[in-house]
Design a protein around this ligand. Structure first.
Ligand code: FES
Length: 127
């Protein structure tokens, strides 16, 4: 276990240390209840200052950054075809589970966030 001072030095001067730092632990933040999210529609939320869109498909919940990587249009206004998210602006398609680009004009994937359900409550992982 590194002290706070050692951790700061490690982050500022990583070449001074032989072993890389372990990744920070996941931080789970309450997202709401499953019923708070309409089935098949994007629900924009702001969690820890991040713009996120949450899609619910039955019992499955997915969270992605709420901006298309092509031209920053909110993906919450996009439409779903199964697990494919279609941007309303220029019809780029993304895999809802991974954020991967399925069809351009977007070239970069959309950031995704892990969501877990404990009882009726949903939590989202933010780092
Ligand atoms: S802004 Fe989404 S495809 Fe162009």
């Amino acid at each position: 276990m590194l002290s706070r001072r050692q951790t700061i030095l490690h982050r500022l001067f990583p070449s001074l240390f032989s072993a890389p730092l372990p990744p920070p632990p996941p931080v789970w933040v309450p997202l709401g209840a499953l019923d708070d999210f309409p089935d098949g529609q994007g629900q924009p939320v702001v969690i820890a200052g991040r713009k996120i869109v949450v899609f619910r498909l039955g019992e499955e919940v997915y969270a992605l950054h709420n901006a298309c990587p092509h031209n920053r249009v909110p993906l919450s206004s996009g439409s779903l075809t199964g697990h494919t998210l279609i941007c309303r602006a220029h019809a780029a398609r993304f895999d809802l589970k991974t954020g991967a680009v399925l069809r351009g004009p977007a070239r970069k994937p959309v950031r995704t966030y892990a969501v877990r359900q404990t009882g009726h409550a949903l939590e989202i992982e933010v780092r």
